[in-house]
Design a protein around this ligand. Structure first.
Ligand code: ADP
Length: 619
Protein backbone atom coordinates (compact mmCIF):
# COMPACT_ATOMS: atom_id res chain seq x y z
CA UNK A 1 0.00 0.00 0.00
CA UNK A 2 2.25 2.91 -1.24
CA UNK A 3 -0.41 5.57 -0.44
CA UNK A 4 -0.51 5.13 3.32
CA UNK A 5 3.27 4.92 3.51
CA UNK A 6 3.45 8.34 2.07
CA UNK A 7 1.01 9.76 4.62
CA UNK A 8 2.93 8.17 7.51
CA UNK A 9 6.14 9.72 6.28
CA UNK A 10 4.46 13.11 6.09
CA UNK A 11 3.18 12.79 9.72
CA UNK A 12 6.45 11.71 11.22
CA UNK A 13 8.28 14.46 9.45
CA UNK A 14 6.36 16.91 11.65
CA UNK A 15 7.79 15.34 15.00
CA UNK A 16 11.27 15.96 16.38
CA UNK A 17 13.91 13.28 15.84
CA UNK A 18 14.42 12.72 19.66
CA UNK A 19 10.81 12.02 20.34
CA UNK A 20 10.75 9.63 17.54
CA UNK A 21 13.71 7.76 19.02
CA UNK A 22 12.25 7.37 22.55
CA UNK A 23 8.92 6.15 21.25
CA UNK A 24 10.58 3.54 19.14
CA UNK A 25 12.70 2.33 22.08
CA UNK A 26 9.66 2.14 24.34
CA UNK A 27 7.69 0.06 21.97
CA UNK A 28 10.70 -2.14 21.36
CA UNK A 29 11.10 -2.65 25.09
CA UNK A 30 7.45 -3.43 25.36
CA UNK A 31 7.72 -5.98 22.67
CA UNK A 32 10.78 -7.49 24.31
CA UNK A 33 9.00 -7.59 27.63
CA UNK A 34 6.02 -9.27 26.07
CA UNK A 35 8.32 -11.73 24.42
CA UNK A 36 10.05 -12.44 27.71
CA UNK A 37 6.74 -12.97 29.41
CA UNK A 38 5.71 -15.27 26.60
CA UNK A 39 8.97 -17.16 26.94
CA UNK A 40 8.50 -17.62 30.67
CA UNK A 41 4.98 -18.82 30.14
CA UNK A 42 6.22 -21.17 27.46
CA UNK A 43 8.92 -22.47 29.80
CA UNK A 44 6.30 -22.99 32.52
CA UNK A 45 4.14 -24.84 30.10
CA UNK A 46 7.08 -26.94 28.97
CA UNK A 47 7.90 -27.85 32.57
CA UNK A 48 4.26 -28.62 33.22
CA UNK A 49 4.20 -30.79 30.13
CA UNK A 50 7.32 -32.57 31.28
CA UNK A 51 5.84 -33.11 34.69
CA UNK A 52 2.71 -34.50 33.20
CA UNK A 53 4.71 -36.75 30.91
CA UNK A 54 6.79 -37.95 33.81
CA UNK A 55 3.67 -38.64 35.85
CA UNK A 56 2.21 -40.56 32.97
CA UNK A 57 5.42 -42.53 32.67
CA UNK A 58 5.47 -43.33 36.33
CA UNK A 59 1.84 -44.32 36.23
CA UNK A 60 2.56 -46.44 33.20
CA UNK A 61 5.41 -48.17 35.01
CA UNK A 62 3.26 -48.77 38.03
CA UNK A 63 0.51 -50.08 35.82
CA UNK A 64 2.85 -52.40 33.97
CA UNK A 65 4.25 -53.62 37.23
CA UNK A 66 0.71 -54.26 38.50
CA UNK A 67 -0.04 -56.23 35.36
CA UNK A 68 3.12 -58.25 35.75
CA UNK A 69 2.32 -58.93 39.38
CA UNK A 70 -1.18 -60.00 38.48
CA UNK A 71 0.19 -62.21 35.73
CA UNK A 72 2.60 -63.89 38.09
CA UNK A 73 -0.09 -64.43 40.72
CA UNK A 74 -2.51 -65.78 38.18
CA UNK A 75 -0.11 -68.20 36.56
CA UNK A 76 1.06 -69.34 39.96
CA UNK A 77 -2.49 -70.05 41.08
CA UNK A 78 -3.08 -72.04 37.94
CA UNK A 79 0.09 -74.05 38.34
CA UNK A 80 -0.62 -74.78 41.97
CA UNK A 81 -3.91 -76.34 41.01
CA UNK A 82 -1.99 -78.99 39.13
CA UNK A 83 0.05 -80.19 42.04
CA UNK A 84 -0.43 -81.30 45.58
CA UNK A 85 3.13 -81.95 46.49
CA UNK A 86 4.34 -79.22 48.83
CA UNK A 87 7.75 -79.53 47.30
CA UNK A 88 6.47 -78.70 43.81
CA UNK A 89 4.26 -75.92 45.15
CA UNK A 90 7.17 -74.30 46.98
CA UNK A 91 9.44 -74.44 43.96
CA UNK A 92 6.70 -72.72 41.92
CA UNK A 93 6.19 -69.99 44.52
CA UNK A 94 9.92 -69.32 44.62
CA UNK A 95 10.09 -69.26 40.81
CA UNK A 96 7.37 -66.62 40.79
CA UNK A 97 9.26 -64.50 43.31
CA UNK A 98 12.36 -64.74 41.09
CA UNK A 99 10.34 -63.67 38.05
CA UNK A 100 9.43 -60.45 39.83
CA UNK A 101 12.71 -59.91 41.69
CA UNK A 102 15.51 -61.61 39.75
CA UNK A 103 18.29 -60.48 42.10
CA UNK A 104 17.02 -62.11 45.30
CA UNK A 105 17.69 -65.61 46.61
CA UNK A 106 14.77 -67.66 47.85
CA UNK A 107 15.32 -70.44 50.35
CA UNK A 108 12.74 -72.65 52.04
CA UNK A 109 12.19 -75.65 54.19
CA UNK A 110 9.10 -77.78 54.19
CA UNK A 111 7.30 -80.17 56.47
CA UNK A 112 5.11 -83.11 55.67
CA UNK A 113 1.58 -81.71 55.38
CA UNK A 114 0.20 -82.57 58.78
CA UNK A 115 3.12 -82.47 61.19
CA UNK A 116 5.94 -80.21 62.29
CA UNK A 117 8.49 -82.82 61.51
CA UNK A 118 10.62 -80.70 59.21
CA UNK A 119 13.14 -82.27 56.94
CA UNK A 120 16.66 -81.02 57.41
CA UNK A 121 16.77 -79.92 53.83
CA UNK A 122 17.02 -76.29 52.79
CA UNK A 123 16.00 -75.71 49.19
CA UNK A 124 17.74 -72.78 47.55
CA UNK A 125 16.38 -71.09 44.44
CA UNK A 126 18.38 -68.31 42.81
CA UNK A 127 19.13 -67.06 39.32
CA UNK A 128 22.76 -66.55 40.39
CA UNK A 129 25.40 -68.62 42.06
CA UNK A 130 25.62 -68.27 45.83
CA UNK A 131 28.62 -68.45 48.15
CA UNK A 132 28.99 -70.56 51.31
CA UNK A 133 28.81 -67.63 53.66
CA UNK A 134 25.61 -66.44 52.00
CA UNK A 135 23.97 -69.83 52.42
CA UNK A 136 24.98 -70.07 56.05
CA UNK A 137 23.49 -66.65 56.76
CA UNK A 138 20.19 -67.40 55.13
CA UNK A 139 19.80 -70.77 56.82
CA UNK A 140 20.49 -69.08 60.16
CA UNK A 141 17.78 -66.62 59.24
CA UNK A 142 15.39 -69.49 58.51
CA UNK A 143 16.25 -71.33 61.72
CA UNK A 144 15.88 -68.21 63.79
CA UNK A 145 12.46 -67.45 62.43
CA UNK A 146 11.42 -71.08 62.96
CA UNK A 147 12.49 -70.97 66.56
CA UNK A 148 10.07 -68.12 67.18
CA UNK A 149 7.03 -70.00 65.92
CA UNK A 150 5.03 -70.74 69.10
CA UNK A 151 3.99 -74.24 68.04
CA UNK A 152 7.56 -75.21 67.35
CA UNK A 153 8.80 -73.86 70.63
CA UNK A 154 6.21 -76.03 72.35
CA UNK A 155 7.18 -79.07 70.34
CA UNK A 156 10.35 -79.97 72.18
CA UNK A 157 12.36 -77.23 70.56
CA UNK A 158 12.63 -79.18 67.38
CA UNK A 159 13.48 -75.99 65.52
CA UNK A 160 16.43 -75.37 67.77
CA UNK A 161 17.57 -78.91 67.26
CA UNK A 162 17.29 -78.29 63.59
CA UNK A 163 19.52 -75.24 63.93
CA UNK A 164 22.16 -77.31 65.67
CA UNK A 165 22.19 -80.04 63.06
CA UNK A 166 23.80 -78.77 59.90
CA UNK A 167 21.14 -78.90 57.25
CA UNK A 168 21.55 -80.24 53.72
CA UNK A 169 21.22 -77.84 50.82
CA UNK A 170 19.51 -78.62 47.61
CA UNK A 171 19.55 -76.19 44.70
CA UNK A 172 16.35 -75.81 42.74
CA UNK A 173 17.98 -73.25 40.45
CA UNK A 174 21.43 -71.67 40.62
CA UNK A 175 24.43 -73.27 42.32
CA UNK A 176 26.93 -72.98 45.12
CA UNK A 177 30.07 -71.07 44.21
CA UNK A 178 32.68 -71.03 46.97
CA UNK A 179 34.56 -68.12 45.45
CA UNK A 180 31.65 -65.76 46.08
CA UNK A 181 31.99 -63.74 49.23
CA UNK A 182 28.81 -61.65 49.17
CA UNK A 183 26.52 -61.98 52.19
CA UNK A 184 22.84 -61.09 52.49
CA UNK A 185 22.34 -57.53 53.64
CA UNK A 186 18.58 -57.80 54.09
CA UNK A 187 16.09 -60.67 54.32
CA UNK A 188 12.53 -61.50 55.23
CA UNK A 189 11.04 -64.79 56.46
CA UNK A 190 7.49 -65.76 55.70
CA UNK A 191 5.85 -68.76 57.39
CA UNK A 192 3.65 -70.97 55.26
CA UNK A 193 0.53 -71.82 57.25
CA UNK A 194 -2.17 -74.04 55.70
CA UNK A 195 -4.71 -73.18 57.25
CA UNK A 196 -3.59 -73.54 60.87
CA UNK A 197 -0.69 -75.85 60.37
CA UNK A 198 2.79 -74.57 59.78
CA UNK A 199 4.03 -76.44 56.73
CA UNK A 200 7.04 -74.44 55.71
CA UNK A 201 9.15 -71.34 56.06
CA UNK A 202 10.33 -69.19 53.16
CA UNK A 203 13.36 -66.90 53.35
CA UNK A 204 13.97 -64.20 50.75
CA UNK A 205 17.31 -62.42 50.90
CA UNK A 206 19.15 -59.74 48.98
CA UNK A 207 22.67 -58.30 48.84
CA UNK A 208 21.01 -54.88 48.78
CA UNK A 209 20.57 -53.26 52.19
CA UNK A 210 17.33 -51.47 51.26
CA UNK A 211 15.80 -54.07 49.01
CA UNK A 212 12.69 -54.87 51.01
CA UNK A 213 10.67 -51.72 50.63
CA UNK A 214 7.11 -51.75 51.86
CA UNK A 215 5.89 -52.39 48.35
CA UNK A 216 8.20 -55.37 47.75
CA UNK A 217 7.23 -56.89 51.07
CA UNK A 218 3.56 -56.37 50.30
CA UNK A 219 3.96 -58.13 46.98
CA UNK A 220 5.83 -61.11 48.43
CA UNK A 221 3.23 -61.58 51.16
CA UNK A 222 0.47 -61.37 48.56
CA UNK A 223 2.14 -64.03 46.43
CA UNK A 224 2.61 -66.39 49.34
CA UNK A 225 -0.79 -65.86 50.89
CA UNK A 226 -2.49 -66.39 47.51
CA UNK A 227 -0.65 -69.68 47.20
CA UNK A 228 -1.58 -70.71 50.71
CA UNK A 229 -5.23 -69.99 49.99
CA UNK A 230 -5.05 -72.11 46.86
CA UNK A 231 -3.43 -74.99 48.72
CA UNK A 232 -6.07 -74.69 51.41
CA UNK A 233 -8.84 -74.77 48.84
CA UNK A 234 -7.38 -77.84 47.16
CA UNK A 235 -6.91 -79.56 50.51
CA UNK A 236 -10.53 -78.91 51.45
CA UNK A 237 -11.74 -80.19 48.10
CA UNK A 238 -9.69 -83.32 48.43
CA UNK A 239 -10.75 -84.02 51.95
CA UNK A 240 -14.41 -83.54 50.98
CA UNK A 241 -13.91 -85.87 48.02
CA UNK A 242 -12.05 -88.31 50.22
CA UNK A 243 -14.77 -88.50 52.85
CA UNK A 244 -17.42 -88.85 50.15
CA UNK A 245 -15.43 -91.71 48.62
CA UNK A 246 -14.80 -93.23 52.01
CA UNK A 247 -18.49 -93.37 52.92
CA UNK A 248 -19.33 -94.69 49.48
CA UNK A 249 -16.77 -97.47 49.82
CA UNK A 250 -17.81 -98.25 53.41
CA UNK A 251 -21.40 -98.83 52.39
CA UNK A 252 -20.64 -100.86 49.28
CA UNK A 253 -21.84 -104.43 49.15
CA UNK A 254 -18.77 -105.33 47.10
CA UNK A 255 -15.51 -105.85 48.93
CA UNK A 256 -13.12 -102.98 48.19
CA UNK A 257 -9.45 -102.60 49.05
CA UNK A 258 -7.26 -99.73 47.87
CA UNK A 259 -3.51 -99.83 48.21
CA UNK A 260 -0.64 -97.44 47.51
CA UNK A 261 2.51 -97.91 45.41
CA UNK A 262 4.24 -99.71 48.32
CA UNK A 263 1.28 -102.08 48.56
CA UNK A 264 0.15 -100.67 51.91
CA UNK A 265 -3.61 -100.72 52.34
CA UNK A 266 -5.14 -97.25 52.28
CA UNK A 267 -8.82 -98.18 52.40
CA UNK A 268 -10.50 -101.51 53.19
CA UNK A 269 -14.26 -101.67 53.65
CA UNK A 270 -16.18 -103.86 56.13
CA UNK A 271 -17.25 -106.28 53.37
CA UNK A 272 -13.69 -107.25 52.49
CA UNK A 273 -12.91 -107.74 56.16
CA UNK A 274 -15.89 -110.04 56.54
CA UNK A 275 -14.82 -112.05 53.47
CA UNK A 276 -11.40 -112.78 54.90
CA UNK A 277 -12.80 -112.98 58.44
CA UNK A 278 -10.62 -110.30 59.97
CA UNK A 279 -12.95 -107.68 61.34
CA UNK A 280 -10.46 -105.69 63.41
CA UNK A 281 -6.77 -104.88 63.47
CA UNK A 282 -4.36 -103.79 60.81
CA UNK A 283 -4.93 -105.35 57.43
CA UNK A 284 -2.21 -106.01 54.87
CA UNK A 285 -2.39 -107.19 51.28
CA UNK A 286 -0.49 -110.30 52.38
CA UNK A 287 -3.31 -111.14 54.84
CA UNK A 288 -5.74 -111.05 51.94
CA UNK A 289 -3.48 -112.98 49.55
CA UNK A 290 -2.81 -115.75 52.03
CA UNK A 291 -6.52 -116.08 52.92
CA UNK A 292 -7.32 -116.44 49.22
CA UNK A 293 -4.54 -118.98 48.77
CA UNK A 294 -5.53 -121.11 51.75
CA UNK A 295 -9.25 -121.09 51.01
CA UNK A 296 -9.19 -121.60 47.26
CA UNK A 297 -11.44 -124.50 46.29
CA UNK A 298 -8.79 -126.23 44.20
CA UNK A 299 -10.95 -128.88 42.52
CA UNK A 300 -13.07 -126.15 40.94
CA UNK A 301 -10.32 -124.43 38.98
CA UNK A 302 -8.50 -125.27 35.80
CA UNK A 303 -4.80 -125.31 36.71
CA UNK A 304 -3.77 -124.15 33.25
CA UNK A 305 -5.77 -120.94 33.34
CA UNK A 306 -5.90 -120.22 37.08
CA UNK A 307 -4.79 -116.74 38.21
CA UNK A 308 -4.15 -116.15 41.92
CA UNK A 309 -5.08 -112.85 43.54
CA UNK A 310 -1.45 -111.87 44.10
CA UNK A 311 -0.68 -112.64 40.44
CA UNK A 312 -3.62 -110.46 39.42
CA UNK A 313 -2.35 -107.53 41.52
CA UNK A 314 1.16 -107.96 40.13
CA UNK A 315 -0.19 -108.11 36.58
CA UNK A 316 -2.44 -105.04 36.99
CA UNK A 317 0.45 -102.95 38.30
CA UNK A 318 3.01 -104.01 35.72
CA UNK A 319 0.73 -103.92 32.69
CA UNK A 320 -1.35 -100.94 33.98
CA UNK A 321 -4.48 -102.75 32.82
CA UNK A 322 -7.46 -103.97 34.78
CA UNK A 323 -7.30 -107.70 35.49
CA UNK A 324 -10.62 -109.52 35.57
CA UNK A 325 -11.04 -112.91 37.22
CA UNK A 326 -14.48 -114.16 36.17
CA UNK A 327 -14.89 -116.68 38.93
CA UNK A 328 -12.78 -117.35 42.00
CA UNK A 329 -14.04 -120.22 44.17
CA UNK A 330 -13.25 -119.30 47.77
CA UNK A 331 -14.44 -121.73 50.43
CA UNK A 332 -18.15 -122.12 49.81
CA UNK A 333 -18.39 -118.85 47.93
CA UNK A 334 -17.65 -117.57 44.46
CA UNK A 335 -16.21 -114.16 43.65
CA UNK A 336 -15.81 -112.18 40.50
CA UNK A 337 -12.64 -110.08 40.97
CA UNK A 338 -11.40 -106.88 39.36
CA UNK A 339 -7.91 -105.51 40.06
CA UNK A 340 -7.46 -101.99 38.73
CA UNK A 341 -4.28 -99.92 38.75
CA UNK A 342 -4.50 -96.29 39.96
CA UNK A 343 -2.30 -93.65 38.35
CA UNK A 344 -0.49 -90.66 39.84
CA UNK A 345 -0.24 -87.22 38.24
CA UNK A 346 2.86 -88.25 36.27
CA UNK A 347 1.00 -91.28 34.90
CA UNK A 348 3.05 -93.54 37.15
CA UNK A 349 1.24 -96.34 39.00
CA UNK A 350 0.33 -94.94 42.39
CA UNK A 351 -1.29 -98.13 43.66
CA UNK A 352 -4.44 -100.02 42.86
CA UNK A 353 -7.81 -101.29 43.92
CA UNK A 354 -9.24 -104.78 44.36
CA UNK A 355 -12.98 -105.18 43.99
CA UNK A 356 -14.65 -108.42 45.05
CA UNK A 357 -18.10 -109.15 43.76
CA UNK A 358 -19.87 -112.01 45.50
CA UNK A 359 -21.51 -114.11 42.76
CA UNK A 360 -22.38 -117.11 44.94
CA UNK A 361 -26.11 -116.47 44.74
CA UNK A 362 -26.03 -115.75 41.03
CA UNK A 363 -24.18 -119.01 40.43
CA UNK A 364 -26.68 -120.89 42.55
CA UNK A 365 -29.63 -119.43 40.63
CA UNK A 366 -27.90 -120.26 37.37
CA UNK A 367 -27.24 -123.79 38.53
CA UNK A 368 -30.84 -124.24 39.58
CA UNK A 369 -32.00 -122.88 36.24
CA UNK A 370 -29.78 -125.27 34.32
CA UNK A 371 -30.91 -128.14 36.50
CA UNK A 372 -34.53 -127.24 35.95
CA UNK A 373 -34.03 -126.99 32.19
CA UNK A 374 -32.19 -130.28 32.16
CA UNK A 375 -34.85 -132.13 34.19
CA UNK A 376 -37.74 -130.51 32.36
CA UNK A 377 -36.33 -131.30 28.97
CA UNK A 378 -35.63 -134.90 29.93
CA UNK A 379 -39.22 -135.25 31.11
CA UNK A 380 -40.53 -133.64 27.91
CA UNK A 381 -38.59 -135.86 25.58
CA UNK A 382 -40.39 -139.11 26.42
CA UNK A 383 -43.95 -137.91 25.76
CA UNK A 384 -42.77 -136.08 22.63
CA UNK A 385 -41.17 -139.18 21.25
CA UNK A 386 -44.42 -141.04 21.91
CA UNK A 387 -46.42 -138.35 20.08
CA UNK A 388 -44.12 -138.52 17.06
CA UNK A 389 -44.25 -142.26 17.05
CA UNK A 390 -48.05 -142.42 17.11
CA UNK A 391 -48.35 -139.71 14.46
CA UNK A 392 -46.01 -141.68 12.20
CA UNK A 393 -48.17 -144.78 12.74
CA UNK A 394 -51.38 -142.90 11.93
CA UNK A 395 -49.79 -141.44 8.79
CA UNK A 396 -48.72 -144.88 7.68
CA UNK A 397 -52.37 -145.99 7.87
CA UNK A 398 -51.80 -148.36 10.80
CA UNK A 399 -55.15 -147.32 12.26
CA UNK A 400 -57.06 -147.28 9.01
CA UNK A 401 -57.20 -145.16 5.90
CA UNK A 402 -57.19 -141.31 6.48
CA UNK A 403 -58.85 -138.66 4.37
CA UNK A 404 -56.98 -135.57 2.97
CA UNK A 405 -58.00 -133.27 5.81
CA UNK A 406 -57.01 -135.76 8.48
CA UNK A 407 -53.62 -136.21 6.81
CA UNK A 408 -53.07 -132.44 6.69
CA UNK A 409 -53.88 -132.09 10.39
CA UNK A 410 -51.46 -134.89 11.23
CA UNK A 411 -48.76 -133.17 9.18
CA UNK A 412 -49.23 -130.04 11.29
CA UNK A 413 -49.03 -132.06 14.52
CA UNK A 414 -45.90 -133.80 13.29
CA UNK A 415 -44.21 -130.50 12.32
CA UNK A 416 -45.06 -128.99 15.67
CA UNK A 417 -43.78 -131.87 17.72
CA UNK A 418 -40.61 -132.14 15.60
CA UNK A 419 -39.87 -128.49 16.35
CA UNK A 420 -40.49 -129.18 20.01
CA UNK A 421 -38.09 -132.14 19.96
CA UNK A 422 -35.45 -129.86 18.43
CA UNK A 423 -35.99 -127.26 21.11
CA UNK A 424 -35.81 -129.84 23.89
CA UNK A 425 -32.61 -131.21 22.37
CA UNK A 426 -31.13 -127.72 22.24
CA UNK A 427 -31.95 -127.18 25.90
CA UNK A 428 -30.41 -130.49 26.85
CA UNK A 429 -27.31 -129.63 24.88
CA UNK A 430 -27.01 -126.27 26.63
CA UNK A 431 -27.07 -127.95 30.01
CA UNK A 432 -24.53 -130.55 28.88
CA UNK A 433 -22.16 -127.90 27.64
CA UNK A 434 -22.61 -125.67 30.67
CA UNK A 435 -21.97 -128.44 33.13
CA UNK A 436 -18.86 -129.56 31.23
CA UNK A 437 -20.40 -132.97 30.52
CA UNK A 438 -20.05 -132.64 26.76
CA UNK A 439 -17.53 -134.99 25.21
CA UNK A 440 -15.54 -133.99 22.15
CA UNK A 441 -14.20 -136.90 20.10
CA UNK A 442 -12.37 -135.67 17.01
CA UNK A 443 -11.60 -138.07 14.14
CA UNK A 444 -9.69 -137.17 10.95
CA UNK A 445 -11.95 -136.16 8.09
CA UNK A 446 -12.05 -134.26 4.81
CA UNK A 447 -13.51 -130.81 5.49
CA UNK A 448 -14.64 -130.24 1.87
CA UNK A 449 -16.73 -133.42 1.87
CA UNK A 450 -18.10 -132.68 5.31
CA UNK A 451 -19.33 -129.21 4.25
CA UNK A 452 -20.65 -130.40 0.89
CA UNK A 453 -22.81 -133.00 2.64
CA UNK A 454 -24.39 -130.44 4.94
CA UNK A 455 -25.12 -128.09 2.00
CA UNK A 456 -26.66 -130.99 0.13
CA UNK A 457 -28.89 -131.79 3.08
CA UNK A 458 -30.12 -128.21 3.21
CA UNK A 459 -30.92 -127.90 -0.49
CA UNK A 460 -34.65 -128.45 -0.01
CA UNK A 461 -34.85 -125.81 2.72
CA UNK A 462 -32.85 -123.36 0.59
CA UNK A 463 -35.15 -123.92 -2.39
CA UNK A 464 -38.20 -123.26 -0.24
CA UNK A 465 -36.65 -119.90 0.69
CA UNK A 466 -35.73 -119.17 -2.96
CA UNK A 467 -32.06 -119.26 -1.99
CA UNK A 468 -29.05 -120.99 -3.46
CA UNK A 469 -26.09 -122.11 -1.40
CA UNK A 470 -22.75 -121.80 -3.19
CA UNK A 471 -19.66 -123.61 -1.96
CA UNK A 472 -16.23 -122.09 -2.69
CA UNK A 473 -13.44 -124.57 -1.91
CA UNK A 474 -9.71 -124.01 -1.86
CA UNK A 475 -8.02 -124.86 -5.19
CA UNK A 476 -5.93 -127.59 -3.68
CA UNK A 477 -7.79 -130.01 -1.49
CA UNK A 478 -6.93 -129.72 2.19
CA UNK A 479 -5.44 -132.54 4.24
CA UNK A 480 -7.75 -134.37 6.64
CA UNK A 481 -8.38 -132.65 9.96
CA UNK A 482 -9.57 -134.12 13.25
CA UNK A 483 -13.10 -132.93 14.05
CA UNK A 484 -16.02 -134.22 16.06
CA UNK A 485 -18.48 -134.65 13.25
CA UNK A 486 -21.68 -134.40 15.30
CA UNK A 487 -20.60 -131.23 17.06
CA UNK A 488 -19.15 -129.50 14.02
CA UNK A 489 -22.20 -130.44 11.96
CA UNK A 490 -24.39 -128.72 14.53
CA UNK A 491 -22.29 -125.52 14.19
CA UNK A 492 -22.07 -125.35 10.39
CA UNK A 493 -25.69 -126.47 10.01
CA UNK A 494 -26.77 -123.65 12.32
CA UNK A 495 -24.76 -121.02 10.42
CA UNK A 496 -26.15 -122.05 7.03
CA UNK A 497 -29.78 -122.40 8.19
CA UNK A 498 -29.54 -118.93 9.79
CA UNK A 499 -28.19 -117.52 6.52
CA UNK A 500 -31.14 -119.07 4.68
CA UNK A 501 -33.76 -118.04 7.27
CA UNK A 502 -32.57 -114.44 7.53
CA UNK A 503 -32.13 -113.87 3.79
CA UNK A 504 -34.36 -111.24 2.24
CA UNK A 505 -33.58 -110.63 -1.41
CA UNK A 506 -35.53 -112.94 -3.67
CA UNK A 507 -33.42 -115.72 -5.17
CA UNK A 508 -30.55 -114.76 -2.89
CA UNK A 509 -27.25 -116.52 -2.85
CA UNK A 510 -25.50 -117.77 0.26
CA UNK A 511 -21.79 -118.34 -0.06
CA UNK A 512 -19.97 -120.89 2.04
CA UNK A 513 -16.22 -120.58 1.67
CA UNK A 514 -13.47 -122.80 2.99
CA UNK A 515 -9.92 -121.45 3.11
CA UNK A 516 -6.69 -121.69 5.02
CA UNK A 517 -5.34 -118.67 6.92
CA UNK A 518 -1.95 -119.37 8.50
CA UNK A 519 -2.58 -121.96 11.23
CA UNK A 520 -6.33 -122.07 10.84
CA UNK A 521 -8.99 -123.33 8.51
CA UNK A 522 -11.74 -120.78 8.09
CA UNK A 523 -15.28 -121.62 7.09
CA UNK A 524 -17.21 -118.44 6.28
CA UNK A 525 -20.95 -118.24 5.64
CA UNK A 526 -22.12 -115.07 3.87
CA UNK A 527 -25.68 -113.96 3.17
CA UNK A 528 -27.42 -110.92 1.74
CA UNK A 529 -30.15 -110.87 4.37
CA UNK A 530 -31.44 -108.61 7.13
CA UNK A 531 -28.06 -108.20 8.81
CA UNK A 532 -27.40 -107.68 12.51
CA UNK A 533 -28.11 -104.17 13.88
CA UNK A 534 -25.02 -102.48 15.37
CA UNK A 535 -26.62 -101.91 18.78
CA UNK A 536 -27.28 -105.61 19.40
CA UNK A 537 -24.11 -107.06 17.91
CA UNK A 538 -22.64 -107.61 21.38
CA UNK A 539 -25.56 -109.83 22.38
CA UNK A 540 -25.96 -112.21 19.44
CA UNK A 541 -24.08 -115.08 21.13
CA UNK A 542 -26.07 -114.75 24.36
CA UNK A 543 -28.30 -117.62 25.41
CA UNK A 544 -31.91 -117.12 24.14
CA UNK A 545 -31.13 -113.75 22.54
CA UNK A 546 -32.92 -112.83 19.30
CA UNK A 547 -32.72 -109.45 17.58
CA UNK A 548 -35.98 -107.63 16.82
CA UNK A 549 -35.41 -107.69 13.05
CA UNK A 550 -34.89 -111.46 13.28
CA UNK A 551 -38.14 -111.96 15.23
CA UNK A 552 -40.03 -109.97 12.60
CA UNK A 553 -38.55 -111.94 9.74
CA UNK A 554 -38.78 -115.39 11.36
CA UNK A 555 -41.26 -115.79 14.18
CA UNK A 556 -39.81 -119.17 15.02
CA UNK A 557 -36.47 -119.45 16.70
CA UNK A 558 -35.04 -119.98 20.15
CA UNK A 559 -31.86 -117.89 20.21
CA UNK A 560 -29.89 -120.93 21.39
CA UNK A 561 -28.21 -122.06 18.18
CA UNK A 562 -25.39 -119.52 18.12
CA UNK A 563 -24.86 -119.82 21.87
CA UNK A 564 -24.29 -123.56 21.51
CA UNK A 565 -22.20 -123.07 18.36
CA UNK A 566 -19.85 -120.64 20.06
CA UNK A 567 -19.45 -122.86 23.12
CA UNK A 568 -18.62 -125.88 20.94
CA UNK A 569 -16.11 -123.93 18.83
CA UNK A 570 -14.38 -122.36 21.80
CA UNK A 571 -14.30 -125.59 23.80
CA UNK A 572 -12.50 -127.21 20.89
CA UNK A 573 -9.89 -124.46 20.49
CA UNK A 574 -11.41 -122.42 17.65
CA UNK A 575 -13.15 -119.05 17.30
CA UNK A 576 -16.52 -117.92 15.97
CA UNK A 577 -17.22 -114.30 15.01
CA UNK A 578 -19.22 -112.30 12.51
CA UNK A 579 -19.26 -109.13 10.48
CA UNK A 580 -22.44 -107.26 9.61
CA UNK A 581 -23.21 -105.60 7.30
CA UNK A 582 -20.97 -107.27 4.77
CA UNK A 583 -22.33 -105.32 1.79
CA UNK A 584 -23.97 -101.96 0.95
CA UNK A 585 -26.68 -100.89 -1.48
CA UNK A 586 -28.37 -97.60 -2.30
CA UNK A 587 -32.11 -97.37 -1.76
CA UNK A 588 -33.81 -94.03 -2.64
CA UNK A 589 -30.46 -92.29 -2.55
CA UNK A 590 -29.67 -93.63 0.94
CA UNK A 591 -26.73 -95.93 1.43
CA UNK A 592 -27.78 -98.98 3.40
CA UNK A 593 -25.82 -101.92 4.76
CA UNK A 594 -27.12 -105.46 4.63
CA UNK A 595 -26.13 -109.09 5.03
CA UNK A 596 -23.93 -110.90 7.52
CA UNK A 597 -20.85 -113.12 7.33
CA UNK A 598 -19.96 -115.58 10.07
CA UNK A 599 -16.34 -116.79 10.33
CA UNK A 600 -15.63 -120.11 11.97
CA UNK A 601 -11.90 -120.77 12.50
CA UNK A 602 -10.44 -124.06 13.60
CA UNK A 603 -6.77 -124.74 14.30
CA UNK A 604 -5.17 -126.81 11.50
CA UNK A 605 -4.23 -129.26 14.26
CA UNK A 606 -7.94 -130.04 14.60
CA UNK A 607 -10.46 -129.84 17.45
CA UNK A 608 -9.24 -130.37 21.00
CA UNK A 609 -10.56 -133.59 22.51
CA UNK A 610 -12.56 -133.34 25.74
CA UNK A 611 -13.53 -136.24 27.94
CA UNK A 612 -17.21 -136.06 28.93
CA UNK A 613 -20.25 -138.22 29.45
CA UNK A 614 -22.47 -137.20 26.56
CA UNK A 615 -22.44 -136.05 22.98
CA UNK A 616 -25.16 -133.78 21.57
CA UNK A 617 -28.77 -134.88 21.29
CA UNK A 618 -30.12 -134.68 17.78
CA UNK A 619 -32.94 -137.18 17.74
P1 ADP B 1 -32.35 -118.21 16.26
O1 ADP B 1 -31.88 -118.10 14.87
O2 ADP B 1 -33.08 -119.44 16.56
O3 ADP B 1 -33.02 -116.99 16.76
P2 ADP B 1 -29.53 -118.27 16.84
O4 ADP B 1 -28.84 -118.48 18.14
O5 ADP B 1 -29.11 -119.14 15.74
O6 ADP B 1 -31.05 -118.37 17.17
O7 ADP B 1 -29.30 -116.75 16.42
C1 ADP B 1 -29.43 -115.74 17.38
C2 ADP B 1 -29.79 -114.43 16.73
O8 ADP B 1 -28.69 -113.99 15.93
C3 ADP B 1 -30.93 -114.47 15.76
O9 ADP B 1 -32.16 -114.41 16.41
C4 ADP B 1 -30.68 -113.26 14.90
O10 ADP B 1 -31.09 -112.10 15.58
C5 ADP B 1 -29.17 -113.24 14.81
N1 ADP B 1 -28.63 -113.88 13.59
C6 ADP B 1 -28.01 -115.08 13.49
N2 ADP B 1 -27.62 -115.32 12.22
C7 ADP B 1 -28.01 -114.25 11.49
C8 ADP B 1 -27.90 -113.89 10.10
N3 ADP B 1 -27.30 -114.70 9.22
N4 ADP B 1 -28.41 -112.69 9.72
C9 ADP B 1 -29.01 -111.87 10.60
N5 ADP B 1 -29.15 -112.16 11.92
C10 ADP B 1 -28.65 -113.33 12.36
Amino acid sequence: MPMSTNIDTANSAEKSTDDTNTDEQKSLLNILEDMNKGKEQLEDQRVAMFNILEDVNIAQDALERKYKELDVIESLTQQLGLSLKLNTIMSRISDSILTLYPTVTVAYIIAPFDSYDFSKKVYVNSLNSVGNQYIRELSNGLALSLSTVPELVKLKNSAKQWIMNTPEFSFVKGQRDNSKTAIPKSMINVPLVVPDTLVGMVNISSVDQDFFTLEVKRMIYTLISTSVQTIDRIKKLISAEHSRLQSLIESMSNGVVMFDADENIVVANPKIRSVIQKNTGKLSLDDIFSYFEQNLTKNEVDENTFVSLSDAVEKAITTTETVHIKEFPLGRKYFEIFVTPVYGDQKETAGGAIILHDITELKEIDRMKSEFVSVASHQLRTPLTAINWYVEMLQAGDAGELNKEQKDFLDEIYNGSTRMVKLVNDLLNVSRIETGRLKIEPVPMQLETFIKNIIHELEVMAREHLSTVLFVKPEKSLPKIAIDETLMRQVVHNLITNAIRYSTAEASTITVMLSQKENTYVISVSDSGIGIPKEVQGRIFEKFYRADNAREKEAEGSGIGLYIAKMIVEESGGTLRFESPNAFRTIKGEKEGYGATFFLSLPTTGMKAHAGERSLSNK
